[in-house]
Ligand binder design. Sequence first.
Ligand code: PMP
Length: 305
Amino acid sequence: MSETMAFFNNRLMPLKDANVNIATHAFNYGTGVFEGLRAYWNAEQEDLFIVQAAPHFARLLRSARLLHIDVPYTVEELVSRTVELLRANQFRQDVYIRPLAYKADAAIKVGLSGIQSAFAMFALPMGDYVPMQGIKAQVSSWRRIADNMIPSRAKVTGAYVNAALSSDQAKSDGYDEAILLGDDGQVSEASSANLFMVRQGTLITTPVTADILEGITRQVVFDLAKHQGIPTEIRPVDRTELYQADELFLCGTGVQLAGIVEVDRRPIADGKPGPITSALQTRYFRLVRGQDDEFRRYVTPVYGS
Ligand code: PMP
């Protein structure tokens, strides 16, 4: 296998050489924004498909604007750069793609304006990272960051201390994932995924004002639900509704679409992923591999046309 390549300083170079100075602003203050995308290998079509490339890069540009980070590329250019990066690595397996825009000056200065920005991107092979047979979740004692502390709808590097603390607590307590409540005590989302609940046949999720990241997969789930005729509702969710839910699942680029079978050691319904979760999951995995004609426009082929 040839050397892993990254996009850094406006060109492709070996990942091992794409390094920053320890005085870099983002390294000291967490002043970066990032994205996580996946590309899935389709062995039949011998192609790699990037999932929802444009919405991810549009969100990156929105996150960057919140932090006064300049990204010198359009969404279309960022998608092209991603295709070039994946081709340069000749990936023939599922990969995770990490673009990053950050404050790059070597400066001791708390602030955002007047500090140079930089953009970098790398990709690495990645499979499932949560148990696909069902997640055991803990309602965290850590609260989700509120919008006017660190903007929760932006994907800010420093904000992931909140995700790391809650996820670490859940794992050391014997769970797979953390569900975070907002400052008001209502459900926000998981450490790095959005949360859906099924009650009496309706698919329910928390509103964008519940300090969630406005997930790209969350929108895909809405689109799939609409297509399958499943009613949806966006509204605040109480903690104890989780315990009484008919079904619960997480969705996100990283977790994909994964059923929750237990919350705080209480089984959800019969303790197995439910029928709506399983149906949506099956459809989601077809969509991401470019096998769903209805949703073919959601994926970008890397090698083919
Ligand atoms: N919430 C948080 C905090 C996340 O980190 C992620 C993963 N990016 C998500 C939700 C899901 O977002 P998406 O579907 O866009 O990956």
